[in-house]
Design a protein around this ligand. Structure first.
Ligand code: AMP
Length: 257
């Protein structure tokens, strides 16, 4: 496994690979890796000659500085996990190199990005789309692997790829859950034991309530602070806080009873 912290060294390396006609799968992450990330990595390994994983905690997508400061960064563990998965390349870009423009240039979407997560986290999707566009150009991959856990993000990145004629194919991967159905997330490690015990009620409320309104009521009764639960385009989307930890999830509506 080759670890690049120099974007330009990686780009040179990628040029050599393109000349050798090797296909590349790309998995962008913010680290604190878990089985959800690894499912993307495994799919990329199956479908491409080489796999690149990036780890970058992107400051422009955090609207809450405390959330950014708390975000887990277990880099040594992450690299060990990726080595065990036989990942070929890891990119650890520096913030100053990614944002040479000081974030003067950014990608904005005007409608979907203002709803749900975007309504609660102003500017979040500008940060996501901007960093993903940069990373897509740097990676120069054939395919990029994204999780359905972040459905709205997936929708927006797909839309950007179409709008700007980006050559990388976007591959969506199903949400990986713990045995109690809590969606795996890097933030789950921040839950204390009691919060962790309560957390699976989030998925249960999303899937079992007959309406979004009842799901909201059930979650409040169970002690969650509800940011939103809303039904859109055949899916139910939710975001809640348990203590200081914010959880998001989404499920197809046919799974609700
Ligand atoms: P993150 O490190 O949170 O930015 O996530 C990196 C990628 O992993 C994104 O495409 C996420 O949607 C995806 N991902 C995160 N959690 C899961 C999960 N539980 N199942 C599947 N994909 C996930």
């Amino acid at each position: 496994m080759i670890v690049f912290d120099d974007v330009d060294a990686w780009r040179q390396h990628r040029c050599d690979q393109t000349r050798a006609a090797l296909t590349l799968g790309f998995v962008p992450t913010m680290g604190a890796l878990h089985e959800g990330h690894l499912s993307l990595v495994r799919r990329s390994r199956r479908e491409n000659d080489r796999t690149l994983v990036s780890i970058f905690v992107n400051p422009t997508q955090f609207n809450d500085p405390a959330d950014l400061a708390r975000y887990p960064r277990p880099l040594t563990d992450d690299l060990n996990l990726l080595r065990a998965e036989q990942v070929d390349f890891v990119l650890l870009p520096e913030e100053t190199r990614l944002y040479t423009d000081g974030y003067r240039y950014r990608v904005s979407e005007l409608y979907v990005s203002k709803e749900l997560e975007g309504a609660k986290r102003p500017g979040h999707f500008d940060g996501v789309l901007t960093v993903v566009l940069k990373l897509l150009h740097i990676a120069s991959a054939d395919r990029m692997y994204l999780g359905e856990k972040d459905w709205q993000q997936l929708t927006l990145i797909r839309g950007m790829a179409t709008a700007f004629f980006l050559p990388t194919a976007i591959v969506a991967c199903p949400t990986v859950r713990a045995s109690d159905d809590l969606a795996l997330s890097s933030r789950n490690v921040l839950l204390d034991a009691r919060e962790r015990e309560k957390a699976p009620k989030f998925y249960r409320a999303l899937t079992s309530a007959p309406s979004a309104e009842i799901a909201r009521q059930d979650l409040r009764a169970a002690g969650f602070v509800v940011d939103y639960v809303e039904d859109r385009d055949g899916r139910r989307f939710g975001a809640v806080c348990l203590g200081r930890v914010r959880l998001i999830d989404n499920v197809p509506l046919e799974r609700t009873e």
